[in-house]
Design a protein around this ligand. Structure first.
Ligand code: ZN
Length: 250
């Protein structure tokens, strides 16, 4: 029997990306998302003089299974954890929008703030959640974040007639060259993070309220490393982080 189409699920080799930007921005919904998605890449870039800016969109105020925990308490715990993790990664700027956890909407308010930080920090590369995952559940906040980031980059941050009051206030338009989505069903790019996987695990372990028991040699550490090793298989290095990369037309 012959199929009427060619290998619909065939996987193309990923492009090995070794570019080090001067400025990168990691935009994530909740504390710990950044380290899970791009901890190795962000730490590696930081170590090579890249100015990494973190933008945390929600406070993480719903992230607890403990029935005695309050939103106010978990917000403070997670903020402290996120700041410690960012220090391990070598993050230079930390912005916190503090929207309530689970209540993000891809609306004008969110878009305005996103465009504003992009115009202010002028990153060459932006990294965020892939909003278009179809092979599994994903948190609504992740989807809202990914969609809003993509919109903010093109065309809003780039064109001066969008949110012109930001330009009047002294910000300048900005064209982001590359957008990297993590957690993608269809990655096309891989970054060698063999040198900074340890830092990624160390940063992730700061989120003790979310990943209790994560330490070097723990079961979870082994699992994370196995996954990152599997991603890198066949590319000539030990650990990788993969992305769906889209680039702005020049
Ligand atoms: Zn999240």
């Amino acid at each position: 029997m012959t199929f009427p189409y060619k290998e619909p699920f065939s996987v193309k080799p990923l492009e090995i990306w070794s570019f080090i930007p001067k400025k990168a921005m990691v935009i994530f919904a909740h504390p710990d998302d950044a380290e899970i998605g791009v901890g190795g890449t962000a730490a590696m870039w930081s170590s090579k003089e890249c100015e990494v800016t973190y933008v945390q969109c929600t406070s993480g105020s719903s992230g607890s299974n403990d029935k005695t925990m309050t939103s106010k308490k978990i917000t403070q715990i997670r903020l402290d954890e996120q700041k410690s993790a960012a220090d391990v990664i070598g993050v230079r700027n930390f912005i916190n929008f503090q929207f309530p956890d689970g209540e993000l909407e891809s609306d004008r308010t969110f878009l305005y703030q996103m465009v504003e930080v992009i115009r202010k920090y002028q990153p060459e590369v932006v990294m965020t959640h892939d909003p278009f995952r179809i092979n599994g559940f994903q948190h609504r906040d992740h989807r809202m974040t990914g969609i809003t980031v993509q919109d903010a980059i093109y065309p809003y941050a780039r064109d001066h007639l969008h949110f012109p009051n930001q330009i009047e206030k002294g910000l300048t338009t900005h064209k982001v060259k590359t957008l990297l989505f993590w957690g993608s069903d269809n990655p096309n790019t891989i970054v060698d993070v063999s040198q900074t996987t340890k830092l990624k695990i160390s940063a992730l372990s700061k989120h003790a309220s979310q990943v209790p028991g994560l330490s070097f040699g723990s079961e979870l550490d082994t699992k994370i490393r196995e996954r990152m090793n599997k991603v890198a298989r066949g590319y000539g290095f030990k650990y990788g982080e993969s992305f769906r990369k889209i680039e702005a037309r020049s």
